[in-house]
Each structure stands twice: as structure tokens, then as C-alpha cells.
Design a protein around this ligand. Structure first.
Ligand code: GLC
Length: 488
């Protein structure tokens, strides 16, 4: 049958009709373990708020709550041309951003693929590669120009303790990175040394997290955007607090207690103690076999790096128990991380009632022949995993709003899961509705998670501009000198 209508999921009601009883029982079990109901969402948010507070306290907690040394939002009048270097989880990007002074900007950029082995290579390989990409961008765009006057915003999206805006000591790698010799060190001198080895005379004006950049860039075009969040390879959020609410800064800065301070929460680490999130044994397996067990508990249930793997683990389990893929060779599926999150998106997007696209996908990628009931289970499982991720991730935004006492807010959001995973936004909005007991229509929801401006490009440029303004005005951009770490 040729499908002519718009892409829409098949009606769930009829769709389970031909599924045999033993598979229906498995589906019911999966629904039970992957569903997060309203009461659980509310309990997660409550605990989340107290963990955010704990992270700001002198004793600290498992959410790092890192003061990011961005102390004001842009006015929209910022001008100038800046370089931005973005080292996220998958690609490396170099941008040149010109701020127009009227909440507008121009951007020129080049993307570079991070070679697969680099995530577990050496620190020298990493920094040399980053420097090489920046050098090649400058050669292509400024062959004759003396670039040493250009200011660089370096978006390094991993938890870094910052004693000043241009410095950051990597606390620990996240997102599957495992490169020796970087954790516990300030990344700024490492990058600058690699740049000097190539005679690229550029220094880092601001070291930023992608969430902080996303918040600032979103606020540049939408002043109601006061939270920045990423749902991509990793998951994290940033917001503005006041110095007076950050006990761990007490006595360490010359800032007015009323001064705002951007906080890079690093809340992918929420619930590292495993007290509230409804983890399944598949989540436990992912954690235990990851390069950093007992870290990033929240992120491991939400982010793009893990969703496909959760799905794969469930299928493997059902196969081992004899429920699916009977007598088939599933060697290709045995490979860890062989099913990535975009595959899950495609499963959810198959428009056909009998899921023929899923059938083709399993044939071509894994050489597995699927029956229609198996495909229905596969699709339902994808929905459950995607829905759980969206609902849990909304808890981070809700907790930030509760903590700051906001009942209305926009959160600028970016990342592959937010931008590409089907229904992620709607499912997140639905979770917010349940958490806050809203009764209005979706279009009137007072807290909205919406597509952000480019945080790691435009946001990095804006933060570099804001930093230079503060330096010119003699305002602090870090801890008092005596409390800073000695340069390495
Ligand atoms: C990981 C990183 C964090 C980043 C997030 C999104 O959680 O630790 O710094 O913001 O991924 O990229």
C-alpha cells in the first residue's frame, strides 16, 4: 500500500492487536519500568531543588554548580568581531562572529570531525588537533591578517572549576571522553601552548560552557530567555543566580552580593547517589561499563550518547530470554553502541502501520529479519525511552525555576536530542504541565523550553565581549587574586 498522507504515528489502539500474549506481557513490563508518572516527576523536582542548593553551599554536593564569571546579560548593543572555538561532544567548530550592535550578528564557521580514537587518545593529540583546526580556519579566512588582536571565546563543554572567566580546571571528563593528563589541569594553558607551537598568537579571553553560552545567546535575541540548556550528547543547564545566594563564594570575591552570577550547573551529575531516579537494570549496566561509573547519573538516562544503547540492551535481553529474533544471528547487534539515538528517532518516525521502515532498518543495519509484532515492541520501546528522557529532562528546568522562584520563563535549548528527536519538546512540555499543575493550553504554558540561538558560537562571542567590557571598566572577572590557583 502506498502511504500518501502526512507522517503520523499509527494509532496505538489498533496497533497491538496482533501481538502475541508473551510479547504483550513484555511490553507491559517495559511500560512499567520506563514510565515516570506525575508523582515521581514532582518528587524528582523536589529533590533536584535541594541538590542545586547543596551544590552552591560551602560543603558542596554532587551537582557542581560552577560560578561561570558571566555577571550580566548582554544589552543587545555589543559590537566587534570575535573568534569562537567549540569543543562539544562530537565535532569541533571554529567560528568568527561579528556582533552588529542591534541584537544581530554575522557568523562564518567551519566544522571539523573529531576522529573516533581521539576521545581516548592523549592530551597532546587532542590539543594539537584543536590548535590545527583553529590554525586552518585562520589561514582560510585571514591569510594576511595579523590575528593576535582577536579575542577568543573557547566553549569547552565539560565540568571545569573556574577561578576566573578565562581559566578552567577540568574536574572530570563526561560524554564518554577518557583522555589522560587533562583532568585536574587548567585547560587554557594547554590550548594556548598548542597554539604557540604552531605560531598562532591567540589567547583565550573567555572559557565557557555550552549551556552558559546558550543562555546568553538566547537572551540576546529574547530577553525572556533566562535559562540555557543542552539536550545533546550530554545534558546540562545554566541560569543566573546572585552572589549572595552562593555561600561557596563568600569572602572570595570583590563582587557586590547583589551582583548576578551565571551558574553552569553541570546537572548531568544529578542523583549520582542513585536515590531518586527510577533506574532500570539497563541504566545500571550503562553506568557500570562506562569510563566513569557513578558519574552523570541524570545525563546517562537522557542524553543522545546513551538512548540508543539503552534500547539495544533491552533488545539483547529479550533475545537472550527467547522473546524476539528467534534463531537469528544477532552478532551485529551485540556490538556496544551499535544502535545510535538517530536510529531510535527513525524507529519512532516510521509512518507505516506495519512498520516497514523499521523492518528495512533492521535488515540493512543488523541483518536481522523482524516480525511485525517484534517491530511493534521495538517501536513501543523507543517511545518509552524517548518519553522517559524528555520527561526526566524537564525536571532540571522545573527545578531551576522553582529554585529561583520563577513562574514564567523561557529556557533556550539546543543539542541533537532537542532538535531532532521526535516529540521530545512536546513530551517535555507535557511533563512541565504535570509538575506545575497547569490547566491552560500548551500555547499558554508559562515556562517554555524553546530552540536557542547558537550558544557555542554567538554566545561565546558575546561572553568574550562582555568580559572585555568588564576588564576595561576594572571590574572583577574571577576570584580575588590570592584565592586563584597558581598558573601551571
Ligand atoms: C556534559 C558536560 C557539560 C555540557 C553537557 C552538554 O554534561 O559535562 O559541561 O554542558 O554535557 O554538552
Amino acid at each position: 500500500m502506498v502511504h500518501l498522507g502526512p507522517k503520523k504515528p499509527p494509532s496505538r489502539k489498533g496497533s497491538m492487536m496482533d501481538v502475541p500474549r508473551d510479547l504483550l506481557e513484555q511490553i507491559a513490563h517495559l511500560e512499567k519500568i520506563f514510565t515516570v508518572d506525575t508523582a515521581k516527576l514532582k518528587a524528582i523536582v523536589k529533590h533536584f531543588v535541594s541538590e542545586l542548593e547543596k551544590g552552591l553551599s560551602k560543603e558542596g554536593g554532587s551537582i557542581p554548580m560552577i560560578p561561570a564569571w558571566v555577571m550580566n546579560m548582554p544589552t543587545g548593543k555589543e559590537t566587534g568581531t570575535y573568534l569562537a572555538l567549540d569543543m562539544g561532544g562530537t565535532n569541533l567548530r571554529v567560528c568568527e562572529v561579528t556582533l552588529g550592535g542591534n541584537r544581530d550578528f554575522d557568523i562564518t564557521q567551519s566544522k571539523y570531525h573529531m576522529p573516533a580514537g581521539m576521545k581516548s587518545g592523549t592530551a597532546d593529540q587532542l590539543w594539537d588537533y584543536v590548535a590545527e583546526c583553529l590554525e586552518s580556519f585562520l589561514k582560510a579566512h585571514h591569510p594576511d591578517k595579523d590575528t593576535c588582536q582577536m579575542h577568543l571565546g573557547f566553549t569547552f563543554s565539560y565540568p571545569c572549576s573556574q577561578d576566573a572567566i578565562n581559566r578552567g580546571v577540568l574536574q572530570r571528563w563526561t560524554k564518554g571522553f577518557d583522555i589522560d593528563g587533562v583532568e585536574g589541569h587548567d585547560v587554557q594553558p594547554m590550548l594556548e601552548a598548542a597554539l604557540r607551537r604552531r605560531n598562532v598568537p591567540i589567547t583565550v579571553t573567555a572559557l565557557i560552557n555550552d549551556t552558559t553560552g546558550t543562555m546568553v545567546a538566547s537572551n540576546y535575541t529574547d530577553p525572556e530567555a533566562i535559562i540555557g540548556s543542552i539536550f545533546g550528547t550530554g545534558c546540562n543547564g545554566a541560569y543566573f543566580d546572585y552572589v549572595k545566594n552562593i555561600p561557596k563564594l563568600e569572602g572570595l570575591t570583590d563582587l557586590d552580593p547583589e551582583s548576578p552570577m551565571a551558574i553552569n550547573c553541570e546537572y548531568g551529575a544529578f542523583d549520582n547517589e542513585h536515590v531518586i531516579l527510577p533506574r532500570t537494570r539497563y541504566d545500571v549496566h550503562i553506568d557500570e561499563t562506562s569510563p566513569r561509573p557513578n558519574q552523570q547519573a541524570f545525563e546517562k538516562m537522557i542524553s543522545g550518547l546513551y538512548l540508543g544503547e539503552i534500547h539495544r540492551l533491552v533488545m539483547m535481553d529479550l533475545f537472550e530470554q527467547g522473546y524476539i529474533f528467534e534463531k537469528q544471528n544477532i552478532d551485529a547487534l551485540r556490538e556496544p553502541f551499535s544502535l545510535d539515538t538517530s536510529f531510535l528517532s527513525q524507529i519512532e518516525e516510521d509512518p507505516f502501520e506495519n512498520l516497514t521502515e523499521v523492518e528495512d532498518m533492521f535488515q540493512s543495519k543488523f541483518a536481522i529479519k523482524t516480525t511485525e509484532p517484534e517491530r511493534k515492541l521495538i517501536r513501543r520501546l523507543a517511545e518509552l525511552i524517548g518519553t522517559r528522557a524528555a520527561r526526566i529532562s524537564a525536571c532540571g528546568i522545573a527545578a531551576l525555576c522553582k529554585k529561583t522562584g520563577r513562574t514564567r520563563a523561557h529556557a533556550g535549548a539546543d543539542g541533537s536530542v532537542f532538535n531532532k528527536y521526535p516529540n521530545f519538546r512536546e513530551r517535555g512540555a507535557q511533563a512541565l504541565k504535570e509538575i506545575f499543575d497547569w490547566t491552560c493550553e500548551p500555547k499558554d504554558y508559562p515556562i517554555r523550553i524553546q530552540p536557542a540561538e547558537d550558544g557555542s558560537g554567538v554566545g561565546a562571542a558575546l561572553i568574550a565581549a562582555l568580559t572585555l567590557q568588564r576588564i576595561e571598566q576594572g571590574l572583577p572577572v574571577g576570584l580575588r587574586e590570592e584565592f586563584r590557583r597558581k598558573q601551571e
